[in-house]
Design a binder for this molecule. Structure first.
Ligand code: 13P
Length: 287
């Protein structure tokens, strides 16, 4: 299956009420774990590479491997820039061969977010690349804000206008999730999500998927979410699997075996999430 863009991956997700998982990869092990999960399921998946991770990857070489791997894959795959903050890195991502980019202007004023996002949409669409943008602000990673802080939530009227003025393909919303670990029980505003869904006809994106329960995911999807970002859960599961193996009888095979154990764990967790998200094959009618 070839590389696909985000718009293609999410084409039927609103009508058929399902989500496609967007799993962050910051190395070959994460990439292989996620791609293999998609191949086993025979379902689409989104590979997120965050701008913040450009610095720990040799992007030219990594993208060479990744695009080759994706184009040989039996599953349809999106290669998506997660949280791109600068024009420079968005353009770089387009050059690297990403099929989709996120411009994160959530820390800008509303008008600036519209203006910059609209410019990026013009450039990306000319190259056949999809664009996700964020309105409101999803807290986390020690950046301040909290899931209870309603000032940072997405406003439904603004969401409608933002989508119409920018021409984006998917909208990331702030409805009570945070990136990384939740300090307590998550406070998800399902009513707000439904209000946004009623006003916006493009796919909605949930950031901060780790730490939510299966029933939360199901309800979020029913209320309108179509793309779910998930990272910390895979990362923590891989680390714990390695720790467990090292502690086991204090003897382990060595570095390649540990990496393999981590990769298998990432594959297992990703498969579970794909199942919970109810992802369907591209272009097929739902149940
Ligand atoms: P988590 O690490 O909380 O799953 O969030 C991932 C994310 O939203 C990446 O953009």
């Amino acid at each position: 299956m070839p590389l696909i863009n985000l718009k293609e991956a999410l084409k039927c997700s609103i009508d058929q009420r399902y989500a496609v998982g967007a799993f962050n990869i910051a190395n070959h092990v994460l990439a292989e774990g996620v791609i293999q999960a998609a191949e086993i399921k025979g379902l689409p998946v989104i590979l997120n590479i965050a701008e913040a991770h450009f610095k720990i990857l040799d992007m030219n070489h990594f993208m060479h491997y990744l695009l080759d791997r994706v184009n040989c894959s039996s599953a349809p795959i999106v290669v998506h820039l997660d949280h791109g903050y600068t024009y420079e890195n968005i353009i770089k991502a387009i050059h690297y061969g990403f099929s989709s980019v996120m411009f994160d202007g959530s820390n800008l004023s509303y008008q600036e977010n519209i203006d910059k996002t609209r410019e990026i949409v013009k450039i990306a669409h000319a190259a056949g690349i999809s664009v996700e943008a964020e309105l409101g602000y999803v807290a986390g990673f020690g950046e301040g804000g909290s899931e209870k802080d309603e000032n940072i939530f997405t406003k439904p009227e603004q969401a409608e206008e933002f989508v119409q003025k920018t021409g984006i393909d998917a909208l990331a919303v702030s409805i009570g999730t945070v990136h990384g670990i939740y300090k307590g029980k998550p406070h998800l505003n399902f009513k707000l999500l439904k209000d946004i869904r009623n006003r916006v006809s493009i796919p909605l994106v949930l950031h901060g998927g780790s730490g939510l329960r299966d029933e939360d995911f199901k309800k979020l999807i029913l209320c309108g979410i179509n793309k779910i970002n998930f990272f910390t859960g895979n990362s923590a599961a891989a680390v714990n699997a390695i720790k467990k193996e090292i502690e086991k009888e204090k003897k382990f095979g060595g570095f390649p075996e540990l990496i393999h154990i981590a990769q298998m764990k990432i594959k297992e967790v990703t498969e579970e999430k794909i199942q919970i998200f109810g992802t369907k094959p591209l272009g097929l009618k739902g149940d």
